[in-house]
Design a protein around this ligand. Structure first.
Ligand code: F6P
Length: 426
């Protein structure tokens, strides 16, 4: 029986739980044994230092709320050696250090363990930005841990950095297996049996920064949060005839800022892929805002909204910060200005409907891709293009995404925009 593990990595995003749920359930339907890896790649490196026989399933059942106990009981009946992920209320530290999970990061799960996960925010299996996995030694240990658990298929749900990690792991896998064989850590038979790691990527990130897919899991919910926040800001801004500079997340990607500007309304936006090219840019902004705001105040327009992506910079790549924009608006245009940094409220909370549908459809496709995976086929990233769930080469997508950063560094704005999204480039 094939054994499949799924992990979430990097910044959490709404819809990651729906992705894990879909992968686990679709995997079970195909007759696979399904596992989750807690704490992202960090969990892969840590592996399972405690043997399953040391765990008493009844013990874990007594520590959890009734509704979950029921799931655990059904699960244990059906799968026998399954473990329970949700060890009750409490904070993440308690959950991840909880008795029933201590020393175990690669956990067998069944159908009922992921019941009710569709609408939960964040990622219930935990995530991390693992320094250890970035080292060759860390990846060697991760490979060993997977082989020790008999896992031959891996699904990674994460953003740009996490999928780059998946691509490196994929490329190194034959050499990792060879090193483990040479060191005597695995047998010849294991080296043959695990010669090919099936790996697939699901793009989970609020940033929508991955090339070759129209949308990443979590971006629609984050956008919704931003829209709601700007709707709220609008009423207080109008009441006081004020300007607001709203800083949104997105790391090096301007999608959230750009599309929030379209959907919530903005007088000016700053995005990394295409900075204002006026020299100096302050004049360009003041000309545009002066027209859109100051002169319009006389006609009754009582608010001004500027959206700045957290990774925004000027044409010389010098960061543009919200506080500085406020100073310019205040001093040059005389606008009573406030700054709102939306921060992690954009990332947390329940997924919107689209962030349940998208990961579900993509999770099922990920299983299909893994089933058809051979040493000759490329490793896939599951994307969406013009409303169709698609498979693209993970390697290509990672390469193209890196090319955006290179284009920004080279200050080739047209290229940066068209690599991100040809339609927006126009
Ligand atoms: O990649 C997702 C993201 O939310 C970015 O938009 C942001 O730059 C970063 O993660 C914040 O990371 P952290 O949660 O570690 O502060």
């Amino acid at each position: 029986r094939m054994r499949l593990a799924v992990l979430t990595s990097g910044g959490d995003s709404a819809g990651m739980n729906a992705a894990v749920r879909a992968v686990v359930k679709a995997g079970i339907v195909k007759g696979w044994e399904t596992y989750v890896v807690r704490e992202g790649y960090e969990g892969l490196v840590r592996g399972n230092s405690v043997k399953i026989s040391q765990h008493s399933p009844t013990k874990s059942v007594t520590t959890v709320p009734k509704s979950v106990q029921h799931n655990a009981l059904v699960h244990n009946l059906r799968f026998g050696d399954g473990e329970l992920l949700r060890s009750g209320e409490g904070d993440a530290a308690e959950r991840s250090g909880g008795k029933n999970l201590k020393g175990r990061y690669i956990i067998r799960v069944g159908w009922d363990d992921v019941r009710g996960w569709m609408g939960e925010g964040g990622t219930l299996i935990g995530t991390a930005r693992s320094a250890a996995f970035r080292t060759p030694e860390g990846r060697l240990t991760a490979a060993h841990n997977l082989i020790k658990e008999g896992i031959d298929a891996l699904c990674v749900c994460g953003g740009d950095g996490s999928l780059t990690g998946a691509d490196v792991f994929r490329a190194e896998w034959p050499s990792l297996v060879d090193q483990l064989r040479t060191k005597g850590e695995i047998t010849e038979a294991q080296a043959t049996a695990y010669a090919h790691l099936k790996i697939v990527g699901l793009v989970g990130s609020i940033d929508n920064d991955m090339c070759m897919t129209d949308m990443t899991i979590g971006a629609p919910t984050a956008l919704q949060r931003i829209c709601e926040a700007i709707d709220n800001i609008n009423s207080t801004a109008s009441s006081h005839s004020r300007a607001f500079v709203v800083e949104v997340m997105g790391r090096h990607c301007g999608w959230l800022a750009l599309v929030a500007g379209v959907s919530a309304g903005a007088d000016f936006i700053f995005i990394p892929e295409r900075p204002p090219l006026g020299d100096p840019w302050e004049d360009e902004m003041c000309d545009a805002i002066g027209l859109a705001s100051c002169s319009h105040r006389k006609e009754g327009k009582r608010k001004t909204i500027v959206i700045v992506a957290e990774g925004a910079h000027d044409a010389a790549l010098k960061p543009i910060k919200a506080e500085y924009i406020k100073t310019v608006l205040t001093e040059r245009l005389g606008l009573d200005t406030r700054v709102t940094q939306l921060g992690h409220v954009q990332r947390g909370g329940r997924p919107c409907a689209w962030d349940r549908i998208l990961p579900t459809l993509q999770g099922v496709e990920a299983i299909k891709a893994l089933m058809e995976s051979t040493p000759e086929t490329p490793s896939y990233m599951i994307g969406i293009n013009q409303n169709k769930v698609i498979r693209v080469s993970l390697q290509e997508a990672v390469k193209m995404t890196k090319a955006v950063t290179t284009a920004i560094e080279a200050r080739d704005w047209d290229k940066a925009m068209s690599l991100r999204d040809p339609e927006f480039a126009e």
